[in-house]
Design a protein around this ligand. Structure first.
Ligand code: PGA
Length: 240
């Protein structure tokens, strides 16, 4: 199972370095490849050195859709790749709402990442009013409309109402979303992560949901003991 950490705009470079070095000692090499750290591009230089000595996977939280040009403040997916990143989040709800990214831009980012042999982690999910209005399928359809290579990307189902709210989605909502994603993509082999207030107390029930390939964790991925606890519960579940 994949344990993807979305650190967002948190941790100083020193704290990030310390976190990874300490975690590396706790996790066996063969298990390290279950972890994907999505970090600020500002840390790539520092973390690349540490990550290259571990089996942890890592990447960015956002990128631009061309490799170079006059795009002040943006990060090139090619530069990210050359610094060692192999994953990148695309279309996180914070990017969609705070930075006005629409599905057309998100599609271009996915294509750019695939061009550079990186794996996009496409975040999809409905907000609370869309949920109440029964628009799950319609929303997921619009967010997934451009996905032509479902096997080359990871999909993170992150209902907006569950992100950062402490209200982890219930099993039925997640199961329904998984089925809808299979149906829209006409593919039940696609890897789907669940994200939205994932925490150690909810792992037991989240792990029972069929069709999930792992989790995208925000707040709790910043906390060393929480992340370790989540990993241990997943390990325990997998060994049964
Ligand atoms: P959260 O964030 O775990 O803090 O809800 C998840 C995310 O935004 O990816």
């Amino acid at each position: 199972m994949i344990i993807a950490s979305n650190w967002k705009m948190n941790k100083s470079p020193d704290q990030a370095e310390q976190f990874i070095l300490t975690l590396q000692k706790e996790i066996k090499k063969e298990d390290q490849k279950s972890f994907i750290f999505l970090v600020s591009a500002l840390y790539f230089g520092i973390l690349n050195k540490i990550f290259s000595k571990s089996s942890f996977l890592w990447g960015g939280q956002n990128c631009y859709f061309t490799d170079q040009g006059s795009f002040t403040g943006e990060n090139s997916p090619l530069a990210m790749k050359q610094m060692g990143a192999t994953y990148c989040l695309v279309g996180h709800s914070e990017r969609r709402t705070l930075f006005f990214e629409d599905n057309a831009i998100i599609q271009k980012k996915i294509s750019a990442l695939l061009n550079f042999n990186m794996t996009p982690i496409l975040c999809v999910g409905e907000n609370l009013s869309q949920k109440k209005e029964g628009k799950l399928k319609e929303i997921l359809k619009s967010q997934l409309q451009f996905v032509s290579h479902p096997q080359s990307i990871l999909i993170a189902y992150e209902p907006v109402w569950a992100i950062g709210t402490g209200q982890t989605a219930d099993e039925d909502s997640i199961r329904e979303a998984v089925q809808v994603i299979y149906e829209i993509l006409n593919n039940d082999q696609v890897s789907i992560l669940y994200g939205g207030s994932v925490n150690e107390k909810e792992m037991n029930r989240l792990l029972q949901i069929k069709g999930l390939s792992g989790f995208l964790i925000g707040k709790k991925s910043l906390d060393f003991s929480s992340l370790l606890n989540i990993y241990k519960q997943i390990k325990n579940f997998e060994s049964k």
